[in-house]
Structure formats: C-alpha cells, structure tokens
Ligand binder design. Structure first.
Ligand code: FDP
Length: 334
C-alpha cells in the first residue's frame, strides 16, 4: 500500500499544530460543514427518485424561484448548525434575515454565511452544483452579534471554501494558509486529502461566462470578450469557452487549470448578479490563497465595503494575468 490517506479531520488537526493561531472551534466547524456536505450530496444523488426536484412555488429574497433542493439544503445547514453549538449566527442566500442563536453565545464566537446550493438551475438536469461558505468572527465580547455584525469585508473572513457536487463530492477550503482539496470517498464516508496546497496557473486558456448577456455588457467588457477569441500564439488565444451554470464548478475548473470566470456588471444592472458575502468573498479568498486574483473589474473583491447581506457585485476571478488583463479592458486602459 502507498501512503496512508489523510482524512479532513486529521489534516485540520495537523494544520492547527503547524499554525497555532487556528482555533479548535474552527476545526469543529469545518468538520460540521463536511458533514452537511455529505447529507446534501446524498439528497442530490437520489433527487430524481424521491420527488425533490423542481420548484417549491416560493420566491426568495432575490426574487428568484426557489427550488425544492435549495430549501432542503438550507434547512440541512440550519438544523445541523443550530444544534452544533458551533456558531452564534447563520446567514444564507435563502433567508432574508439571518438566524441568530443567542443560546450558543458567548461560547460560540463564529458566524457562518453560506449559499446552500449554488447553481440551482442545474438541479433538474443532473449537472454540477455547489455550496459556498464563509466564516467570520464576532468581534464584540460584550453583546450578542446583530445582523450588521455579519456584514463584513472579505478580508475579515477566518475560513472560506466550497463543496462541489460533481462526478465526485469535494470540499475545498482555506483558513489563510493555502488552499486544500478533499474528495469524499463514498466507500468509507470520509473526505480524503486529494489536492494539497493548490496553486492556480498564472494564465489559463479557458473562460466561463454567460455570453447570452453579451449585448447587455459595457463596451470594455465586450472588447475583452472579443479579444479572448482572437488568435494569438503568445497568449494562447483563442481561449476555450466552458460554462456550466454553476459558479463553484466553473471556479473549481479555473483553480485547477487556470483561466477566468466572469459575471460582469450590465448596463442596466451595474452591480451584476452574484452576491458579495456568500459567493464572491469566499471564492475570492480561496482563489487569492492559491495565487490567483478576484476583482469587480475596478477593485479587489476582498476590499469591497459590505453594506448588506444580499449585496451583489460584478465578479472577474481566476488566473492573476487573466484577471489583470480583463481589468485593463473594463477600465478602458486597452
Ligand atoms: P444560480 O442562479 O443557478 O444559482 O449563484 C448564482 C448562479 O447560479 C451561479 O452559480 C452561476 O454561475 C450563475 O448564477 C448562473 O447565472 P445565469 O443563469 O445568469 O448564467
């Protein structure tokens, strides 16, 4: 037998020894996220058999139709974390207001912000889906956090990552010491280290975007897209287009192979579609920790001032040279 496989919990424990600042509470929290991921993955695997596909008939706070699986994934998170005693507040894409858990405070200092099921338009066609999470710390010791305390800048995150439900289930996370990926081994129900210290190539050959929106984009964004399709051997153009409709899956592809994912602002909707706190911020931190870059087109995502939980933001994320180049076009410097 080769090297003995390293489980998620063992790896986190080792990281804690190597970086003594990392708290034990955070270890429990990441393990619990892994457990929730297993429960969601199990539902997804059987979704076509147990009448949980399709819509609930409700509309969420973003005005989007809620899928049954969105609701199930959200409930799984809330139930698992309410009972765990590990966090004092939860906020998610599917809930207009955060769930505050005074019964867990002051023992639990962490707050979890998440998108329970990213790419939910993929649910009914057996395409990849994801979960995105961001962990922040309640800074005040003298009172229970409020909704405003969850609205933090990306630089304040203490852990972030995603679960990818693809041909295999993966958990990828950072606590600020690089990015590590674990693959769920279904036979033993454990996440095993499969991608240690991921580094994103400085330039890729792939772009991911919903190009159906091309005519809604500002001039600079359009010119960048046109540029990606022009032949040029030095920069490896034309790039290949690969868009799954699931942000997690597309960013994961970039993380491993390089390239750029874009959901730009539009002329009538300059703020774009994606959400800052539970989509852009956690993925930006993961990608930066792997050596990449994440930008609004004009500034670093992690430096964005957060004003509200469901705030939207344009996103350009991936290989550093690709994102830098996109910024030059968006800012009219090219
Ligand atoms: P979805 O609305 O299906 O949940 O989070 C939003 C997201 O998916 C991303 O996962 C995905 O990249 C993008 O929106 C898809 O939006 P379009 O359908 O507009 O392309």
């Amino acid at each position: 037998m080769g090297q003995f496989p390293l489980t998620l919990s063992r790896f986190i424990a080792q990281e804690q020894v190597a970086h003594p600042g990392t708290s034990g509470e955070l270890t429990g929290l990441l393990t619990q996220i892994g457990l929730v991921g297993k429960l969601i993955a199990q539902d997804l695997r059987r979704a076509g058999l147990i009448d949980i596909l399709g819509l609930t008939g409700e509309t969420n706070v973003q005005g989007e139709a809620v899928k049954k699986l969105d609701e199930i994934a959200n409930e799984t998170f809330v139930t698992a974390f309410r009972q765990s005693g590990l966090v004092c507040a939860l906020a998610s894409e599917e809930m207009e207001k955060p769930v505050l858990l005074p019964e867990n405070w002051p023992q639990a200092k962490y707050m979890l912000i998440f998108d329970p099921l990213d790419g939910s338009s993929n649910t009914d066609s057996n395409m990849p889906l994801g979960t995105i999470f961001s962990v922040v710390k309640a800074e005040r010791n003298d009172r229970m956090p409020t909704e405003d305390d969850l609205v933090c800048k990306g630089t304040e995150q203490v852990a972030a990552g995603y679960l990818l439900y693809g041909s295999s289930t993966m958990l990828v996370y950072t606590v600020g010491h690089g990015v590590h990926g674990f693959t769920l081994e279904p036979g033993i129900g454990e996440y095993l280290l499969s991608h240690e210290q991921i580094r994103i190539p400085a330039r890729g050959k792939v772009y991911a975007a919903n190009e159906g929106n091309y005519h809604k984009w500002p001039e600079g964004t359009k010119r960048y897209f046109d540029y990606l399709k022009v032949k040029d051997t030095a920069t490896g153009r034309p790039y290949s287009g690969r868009y799954s409709g699931c942000l997690v899956a597309d960013v994961h592809r970039m993380l491993l192979g390089g390239g750029i994912y874009l959901y730009p602002g539009e002329l009538d909707k300059p703020e774009g579609k994606l959400r800052l706190l539970y989509e852009a911020n956690p993925l930006a931190w993961v990608v930066e920790q792997a050596g990449g870059k994440a930008s609004t087109g004009t500034m670093r995502i992690l430096d964005m001032e957060a004003k509200q939980i469901h705030q939207r933001v344009p996103l350009f994320i991936g290989s550093a040279n690709d994102v830098r180049e996109a910024e030059e076009f968006v800012q009219g410097r090219r």
